[in-house]
Ligand binder design. Structure first.
Ligand code: DI6
Ligand code: FE
Length: 403
């Protein structure tokens, strides 16, 4: 045991985010011991012997939570799409821009043109911004390459982010994000390439495979082909589903054992049963709902009713959700979708960990988990979702080391 790495957090109010009757898993007057980057004890009295060698950090009543988890981002990309945003504000629809070859394909052109290092440098800034807000685990999707080499380039950038920055970066392959221009009107041929070339080449570089199932992207049959190819290569699956229309992709993904189904504005109450039955996390993305000025809200009451786990995330991307504030996501999830602050923070901790198959190491203050912690200068937990654009994160620890 390297006692230099031991810290005793004393005098904090712990938001353990463990599920149960106590909102936020809130523990007052408890202490938390970190040894060698892990949480080794949580209690009131009689800490283990290791505490005697620990550096004590006095909380003065401040709050200590698990590091936040952003379980859905597209934050590796070239260029930006502020001009398209301006077009939309002048009345051109998101779908129309996509059909004009803009939208995702605009970012595809910029991402293919960018070097791996340029993509790493711009993505690093976005990731560091989230870390300053208490994020200690983040998911990063490919999906702006749409050919073998460019998709692998994006996954290499995600790996470099994980290697060179202190937080945990979990990569997802989203080659099935849009039909690339060289496959225009030949979407089935592109899905062939995704299944037979890109997925096999991505093994070892990503945890899951994701698909954009939507009227402007891929249909249910194509989506299922990608799910099967992912399963054939022992990769987990996720899906962008029911964002602009209801396709049934969320229910299909749940039946295929998906970690999560994401967006879900057009999810039906019967779809909710599938998510709960198969323990697939419902990931809500209020930044995209807000940016696209969507009117249809995800069925939060129905998700609660069936006991589905609800996560929330930034969906950080240059088109539908140029979101850089993780607590703004919590505020929007409450104000726009009707989540409670407790549900929103659970959506950024334990349920987000579940959406990334990371519940063994992150998402709650629990003995045996990584000492990924965030210290908050707030007077009550609800303030985490209450402030609009405010960042009360005072310090972040990742594997027990202050960032
Ligand atoms: N749905 C979205 O909102 C993002 N991707 C997706 O499948 C949009 C990504 C973009 O517009 O660049
Ligand atoms: Fe997305």
């Amino acid at each position: 045991m390297n006692h230099n790495n031991s810290i005793l957090f004393d005098g904090f109010q712990l938001l353990t985010m463990e599920p149960g009757e106590v909102p936020y898993g809130w523990l007052k007057n408890h202490r938390l011991l970190v040894e060698d980057g892990m949480i080794t004890w949580i209690g009131r009295e009689n800490p283990p012997a290791g505490a005697a060698h620990a550096t004590t950090i006095e909380g003065d009543g401040k709050f200590l939570s698990p590091g936040l988890i952003d379980c859905h981002t597209h934050l590796v990309y070239g260029g930006n799409r502020a001009d398209e945003w301006e077009q939309r504000l002048n009345g051109v629809s998101y779908e129309e821009i996509a059909r004009q070859g803009g939208g995702i394909l605009s970012s595809v052109r910029a991402t293919r043109a960018a070097s791996e290092d340029e993509l790493f440098q711009s993505a690093s800034k976005r990731v560091i911004g989230f870390m300053k807000q208490g994020v200690s685990t983040i998911e990063v999707k490919s999906g702006y390459g749409l050919d073998l080499e460019s998709e692998l380039k994006m996954l290499r950038v995600a790996k470099r982010l994980d290697d060179e920055l202190p937080l945990t970066v979990i990569a997802t392959l989203l080659a099935a994000h849009a039909v690339p221009p060289e496959f225009a009107s030949r979407s089935d041929d592109y899905i062939d390439m995704v299944c037979k070339e890109i997925i096999p080449a991505s093994v070892g570089m990503c945890q899951a495979v994701d698909v954009f199932c939507e009227s402007i992207a891929f249909d249910l049959r194509q989506t299922e082909r990608v799910f099967r190819a992912a399963a054939d290569h022992d990769l987990k699956i996720k899906v962008h589903a029911e964002q602009l229309t209801n396709s049934g992709a969320a229910a299909l993904a749940a039946e295929h054992g998906a970690l999560s189904a994401d967006h879900l504005e057009y999810l039906t109450t019967s779809d909710c049963d599938f998510l709960a039955k198969h323990d697939t996390v419902a990931t809500l993305l209020p930044g995209a709902f807000y940016t696209l000025q969507e009117k249809q809200k995800p069925p939060v009451a129905a998700l609660r009713e069936v006991g589905a786990a609800i996560a929330i995330a930034s969906d950080s991307n240059p088109g539908s959700s140029p979101m850089a504030s993780i607590l703004m996501v919590a505020n929007m999830a409450c104000t726009l979708f009707g989540l409670t602050p407790n549900e929103a923070i659970a959506g950024l901790t334990r349920n987000a960990a579940k959406a990334l198959d990371a519940t063994g190491t992150a998402g709650t203050l629990s003995v045996g988990k990584n000492a990924d912690l965030a210290v908050w200068d707030i007077a009550s937990p609800a303030e985490l979702a209450y402030g609009i654009g405010h960042n009360p994160c005072e310090s972040v620890y990742i594997r027990g080391r202050r960032i």
